[in-house]
Design a protein around this ligand. Structure first.
Ligand SMILES: [Zn+2]
Length: 201
């Protein structure tokens, strides 16, 4: 069975915080809008290429985590968890710069997919820093992020640059930056689909 992509766009328009500072020219990034826009761009390309996917949060409001996990696990039940990959799209904050990917703790199938994502991010954004934690030999930073723990399928979460860093944030606000971030995800997903096909052949 072909790999199905579960696209998770985090946060809702009512979620407090989760926004950039207001820059000198008045520009501000709202993370819920950014996450949804990137997921929409990814979805459009996946549809075009015949890759099956679901958007876990089609609404503009935030779906509680338990509900998102339930939606994902429902799809896992019918497709088989090993035939699904959850990709949660976010923008980072907290003082830093660059791109990183998280997977559920421990060595899981998500690590192979995360390596593929990391490779494509590094290729797509040579002018930005790739943030790594290589303590366990992988490029992904492991964290107990709930969506990654509560879903039965391999799950990864991309933190696409820092919205509280102006250089990063300008990329996230720009059409060009969003196009590149979405394209990087699509390129990585296509390789993940191939990888899964080889594993299950
Ligand atoms: Zn977020």
């Amino acid at each position: 069975m072909a790999l199905r992509i579960l696209l998770d766009n985090g946060h809702g328009r009512e979620t407090p915080g989760k926004r950039s500072p207001v820059w000198a020219d008045g520009a501000q990034l709202l993370e819920w809008e950014f996450n949804r826009d990137i997921v929409r761009r990814i979805a459009r390309q996946l549809a075009h290429r015949g890759i099956s996917f679901d958007i876990l949060v089609p609404e503009h409001d935030d779906a509680p985590l338990a509900q998102r996990a339930r939606r994902a696990n429902h799809i896992c039940e019918t497709r088989g968890a090993a035939n699904c990959l959850l990709v949660s799209v976010h923008a980072n904050a907290g003082g830093g710069t660059g791109w990183e990917v998280y997977t559920s703790p421990g060595r899981t199938a998500a690590d192979d997919y995360a390596d593929i994502f990391f490779k494509h991010a590094a290729l797509a954004f040579p002018e930005f820093r790739m943030r790594t934690d290589t303590s366990d030999g992988d490029n992904d930073k492991e964290a107990g992020i709930a969506i990654l723990r509560q879903t039965r399928c391999p799950a990864l979460l991309t933190e696409n640059f820092f919205m509280d860093n102006e250089r990063d944030c300008r990329l996230l606000l720009s059409e060009e930056g969003r196009r590149r971030i979405a394209q990087m995800h699509v390129d990585a997903i296509l390789e993940c689909v191939e990888f899964h096909e080889k594993q299950t052949r």
